[in-house]
Write a protein of this length. Structure first.
Lengths: 373, 725
């Protein structure tokens, strides 16, 4: 029966989602490089990361944006407060910091931390779930809205509601005016970046596990890579014409199975608190009562690194065609999970771990050596 | 609706089928069904097919073909093939008639002569194949041609003598047309020889050697089997079987026609293949050959009776055989896969939300830091101390996953020695009156170690469940035990469907697969006293010695089973709806009981337990490592009393040192903590505990409490009464 369905699907829906989760292989081969990262600063629920024009690193955590400076970015100052949990960050060419605020929209701040504007609606629909921000060289601001039903923090609820195509990619001018939708019907677009040649916008879609490129002149979409093994999140430019994609969690067969089991999923959402659901986690919450999978039972006190992942740390360097060239992992037994943002500055990769609440750094030369080896 | 659902999933047909598929005698199920179907079709389509005369007629003519098929099967099982069987059969027919009717020799001589012929031609085949290293196919086809040609010449030469000859032998006639209790003589011969041949191939050394040679000639030679002699024997036996068939044929028909036995080698080959005998050798049985022969015989016979045209008959047989063989190959190949897909058979378990374990909940189970600073004994020097026990000299005994009992010497427990090696996977421990250490050993049963380190067996089997396909007489996963004041040993056999490595899957199933067994050392007998229990674990005799307390891990309950006093034989739930999965229960010095939680319940898992269909689909769709399972990574220790109320809990926050806690043992003011998957034993000082109290004293010495009747009376009111299952 399932074979017949599979054949029908293949013929009639060649672009469908494939359920088989690929193994971590090739560019995604597991390693422990993220675990070797050096912790710079601890944060409470960090989310977004951006390098400022003043050489400081800006981190959003909770309802605050912090600026990290000094040697090893160890000096943390409060930069601005927002009226909701702050998420994605991006700097515009005219030196304003854009902050995605959950339930509100996109705020703009001057370099001195003064609020200068806000984008709350695009095409009369409120922007309550901005997941990613990117600014082109000409000042055009691109933002992804994960869903029109849920706010950013309810990402797991949105996944479990299993509604596809409720997100969109929007664009506005540098001063947050003239907002319009570039592409609708996206499944939780979680990250956006302007391609190195400024001709296309790269968008990751977490729930359909793919990376697409949207042409800036005409809005044509081409899917670069489908069926990632994890949920792709933020995407930022790398230094060598490539991009860093942060995967905030890995897909598991159990999660995919529960997504097919509608009645069980509805019961689960109804009766069980979200942090105890079957599903991915950023690793920021440990509970004795969370669901366990057979492979995750500790043996002689050891958590096996290959166990089915509830939370995981993964960031991958991909080329313009979406092919992964190398990746940095913090495996199931590791301690840098739920990577939500990254920035490559002067040969170092700064990553933000939501799960373990920290900003950490990995010297990229080591990455290069590791990548070659 | 729910009781019905529960009943359905408890006795799921899936369970029955999976246990059926495990049986070895299920392998020839396809040929067996085909045989029955063929028989039924002809019963329906041919009038009078089941009349006595007709059946006798069928039984009279079948054995000859069956013997030839057996001869063929034997040679195939040895890894070769004997195509000459039909020619040998025909020649034997001629020889029997010639000896009896032309030469007028007595019946026994004729029988011997015929069998000698078979043995001789078999020796030629076997000699060439085994010692001359010729190919069986070519050798026997050459013999077939020569013998067939000789047969044609001889029958032509002696046609007149054979036609006019007459054997005046009542025995000969009896073999030909006689009946024994309504069964034709030759059919009786077939039954007897069939059984003998089966026993020969499965029980007798030289027969087993033939099977071994067929399975793998190289391995057989390495095992020291005389391969050549085995092959030689095979062909001699095959020749004798074929010639015996010829003898029966001669007795029945008294004629040697030119078409006697023509094409029978093909029928015999088809019978072996349809019966599911592998042409690669070594796989198959005599009964399969007979089933195959019966299918071919019934088909030919039935189609002839229906008046089908000869060529059509052959074609029909060909098609049916093709389909059956194709299906059989697929079935045999995929049987294991089917079993794998359906073996785990989830049942319906409904839970209500348990008491909270949250730190600030104020419940008795609330998380705390009492095990945070627990001292580690034997850190990384022990692998999986499921249970720990201390003797009167304060030495610490524990189990290791390699099957040994390890002792750490008092007072500092730095010196480690292997006290005894049992094998299997030792789990629960107990001390009896004579200070022997008794251990439940998963996969083996219950064993004991005397103070002088000699190992002895206590029990390895119990009575078999008569209405179950699976043979559960062997102890499968003996888990924990305790000794009653009268010396009887009560132990739990946690599940009869899974090995210890898959014990979490038993929880995934949630069915009552386990049992509580009582071993009486006086008689040496073990008896199942409670069955269909969901992972019985943690057996402990109450302080008063009148009841057995045991925990059902997957149902999160503690039961009490009375073994003495007026309530003997009653079972009741003592504590229900625990927030964790209970494991071992042990006595505490204050007259209460310690209980280990091996895991903690997850709300999602509870939800899944009430949805067996969901779990069934999970089993089919995703690999075992990804299945949802009980949360076995965190645990704690609790204390409860005889009235069933929980008094306190001890937590290791984050379960950093003790991910699984399966046991704890109090000894002289300290609590020793073991875990099935831990790398250490924890040691915690109990400030308020009796410094003199030891387990052995509490069972057999001066710390016994079985005089306290008031406690018993109070306990009787505390528990909820349930019917005996």
């Amino acid at each position: 029966m399932s074979l017949a369905r599979d054949i029908v699907d293949r013929i009639f829906f060649p672009n469908r989602d494939v359920h088989a989760i690929p193994v971590l292989d090739g560019g995604f081969s597991p390693n422990k490089r993220l675990d070797a990262a050096r912790t710079l600063v601890q944060f409470e629920k960090p989310d977004g990361l951006a390098a400022g024009p003043d050489g400081r690193l800006y981190v959003s955590a909770g309802s605050t944006v912090f600026a990290c400076s000094g040697d090893g970015f160890g000096t943390v100052e409060r930069f601005a407060g927002t009226d909701g949990p702050a998420g994605a960050l991006a700097w515009t060419p005219n030196n304003r910091l854009l902050v995605a605020v959950e339930g509100r929209g996109v705020h703009a701040f001057e370099v001195d931390g003064k609020s200068t504007g806000i984008l709350e609606t695009v095409e009369r629909k409120p922007l309550r779930c901005v997941t990613g921000l990117a600014v082109a060289a000409d000042g055009m601001v691109y933002a992804t809205e994960g869903s029109d039903r849920n706010v950013t923090g309810d990402w797991l609820v949105d996944l479990m509601q299993n509604r596809k195509g409720r997100g969109r990619l929007v664009v506005c001018d540098e001063d947050l005016s003239e907002g319009r939708t570039v592409q609708g019907g996206l499944s939780w677009p979680a990250g956006v970046a302007v391609a190195h040649d400024e001709a296309e916008i790269l968008v990751t879609e977490a729930w359909s596990h793919r990376l697409s490129a949207v042409s800036r002149p005409n809005g044509a979409v081409r899917v670069l890579k489908r069926n990632f093994a994890g949920y792709p999140g933020r995407i930022v430019r790398g230094s060598a014409g490539d991009y860093w994609v942060a995967f905030f969690a890995l897909r598991t067969q159990l999660t995919e199975f529960v997504l097919r089991e509608t009645s069980f999923r509805v019961k689960m959402m109804d009766r069980v608190p979200p942090e105890l659901w079957i599903g991915p986690s950023l690793g920021d919450h440990v509970d004795y009562r969370e669901p366990t999978q057979v492979g995750r039972i500790k043996k002689l006190g050891i958590q096996k690194p290959w166990a089915p992942a509830r939370s995981y740390g993964l960031i991958a360097r991909i080329d313009g065609d979406g092919e992964a060239h190398e990746s940095l992992h913090s495996r199931v037994s590791g301690h840098l999970h739920g990577i939500t943002a990254a920035a490559e500055i002067a040969g170092r990769l700064y990553v933000l771990s939501r799960g373990h609440g920290q900003l950490a750094v990995i010297p990229l030369s080591a990455v290069e050596e590791g990548g070659v080896a | 609706m729910k009781p019905l659902l529960r009943l359905w999933y408890r006795h799921s047909p899936q369970l029955f089928i999976s246990e059926l598929l495990e049986k070895r005698w299920m392998e020839p199920i396809v040929p067996f069904i085909l045989m029955c179907v063929v028989f039924l079709i002809f019963i329906v389509s041919i009038p009078g097919y089941t009349s006595l005369i007709q059946l006798q007629q069928l039984m009279r003519s079948f054995p000859e073909q069956a013997f030839v098929a057996m001869a063929m099967a034997l040679s195939i099982l040895s890894g070769g093939i004997d195509l000459s069987v039909a020619a040998v059969f025909a020649m034997a027919n001629f020889i029997a008639l010639y000896l009896l009717q032309v030469l007028g020799l007595p019946f026994p001589v004729a029988v011997l002569g015929t069998l000698l012929w078979g043995a001789c031609i078999g020796a030629v085949n076997g000699g060439l194949i085994a010692y001359g290293k010729t190919r069986p196919f070519l050798t026997t086809i050459v013999v077939l041609i020569i013998v067939r040609a000789a047969y044609n010449k001889l029958t032509a030469a002696f046609a007149l003598e054979l036609a006019s000859g007459y054997a005046d032998s009542p025995v000969w006639d009896f073999v030909g047309v006689g009946l024994i209790w309504g069964i034709p003589v030759n059919m009786a011969c077939l039954v007897v020889i069939g059984i003998v041949a089966h026993l020969y191939l499965t029980r007798i050394r030289s027969g087993v050697h033939i099977m071994a040679v067929g399975s793998s000639r190289k391995a057989a030679r390495h095992a020291g089997i005389n391969v050549k002699r085995s092959l030689f024997t095979t062909y001699v036996l095959a020749g004798m079987l074929a010639s015996f068939a010829g003898l029966l044929y001669a007795a029945r028909l008294n004629s040697a026609g030119t078409d006697t036995g023509v094409g029978w080698e093909i029928n015999a080959l088809a019978a072996a293949v349809v019966g599911g005998i592998s042409l690669d050798g070594g796989r198959g049985t005599i009964s399969r050959a007979l089933m195959g022969a019966a299918i071919i015989f019934l088909l030919i016979n039935g189609l002839v009776q229906l008046g089908t045209h000869g060529s059509l008959t052959t074609a029909t047989i060909g098609f049916i055989l093709l389909a059956a063989v194709g299906f059989n190959i697929k079935f045999v190949k995929n049987k294991g896969k089917i079993l794998q897909k359906i073996y785990v058979s989830p049942s319906y378990v409904e839970f209500t939300p348990p008491a909270s374990i949250a730190r600030d909940s104020g419940s008795v189970f609330a998380e705390n830091d009492r095990l945070k600073d627990v001292e580690a004994v034997a850190l990384d020097r022990i692998e999986g101390p499921e249970d720990v026990i201390l003797d009167q000299d304060d030495h610490l005994y524990t189990v290791n996953r390699n099957g040994s009992i390890i002792r750490f010497l008092a007072p500092d427990y730095q010196e480690r020695e292997e006290f005894a090696r049992i094998g299997g996977r030792p789990l629960g421990l107990a001390l009896d009156r004579d200070k022997n250490i008794l251990a439940c050993v998963a996969g083996m049963g219950v064993y004991g170690v005397r103070p002088d380190r000699t190992v002895f067996k206590v029990a390895e089997q119990t009575n078999r469940t008569w209405n179950r396909l699976k043979d559960d007489s062997r102890l499968w996963l003996a888990d924990d035990l305790d000794v009653a004041p009268d010396g009887k040993i009560y132990f739990s056999d946690a599940t009869t469907r899974y090995d210890l490595s898959d014990w979490a899957l038993d929880g995934f199933e949630g069915r009552g697969n386990g049992r509580l067994v009582c071993h009486d050392p006086a008689t040496g007998k073990s008896r199942t006293i409670l069955k269909n229990l969901a992972f019985p674990n943690g057996v402990c005799i109450s302080h008063d010695g009148m009841a057995v307390l045991w925990a059902s891990t997957w149902l999160c309950r503690i039961y009490r089973y009375w073994i003495a006093g007026e309530r003997t034989g009653e079972l009741e739930i003592l504590v229900d709806n625990l927030p964790g999965y209970p494991d071992n229960i042990n006595r505490a010095s204050d007259g209460n009981y310690w209980l280990a939680f091996v895991g903690l319940r997850a709300p999602v898992y509870d939800l899944a337990m009430a949805d067996p269909a969901f779990r069934s689909r999970m089993v089919k769709q995703i690999p075992p490592d990804e299945w949802l399972c009980p949360g076995l990574n965190y645990g704690c220790v609790i204390k409860f009393d005889d009235a069933g109320s929980v008094l306190e809990s001890l937590w290791d926050p984050g379960a950093e040192s003790h991910p699984t806690i399966t046991s704890m043992r109090e000894h002289k003011g300290y609590l020793y903590i073991g875990g099935l998957e831990n790398n250490r034993i924890g040691r915690l000082k109990l400030p308020a505990a009796d410094k003199e109290w030891t387990g052995w004293e509490s069972y057999w010495g001066k710390k016994r409490r079985d005089g306290r009747k008031d406690q018993t009376a109070a306990a009787g009111e505390g528990g909820t009464h349930v019917a005996r299952s």
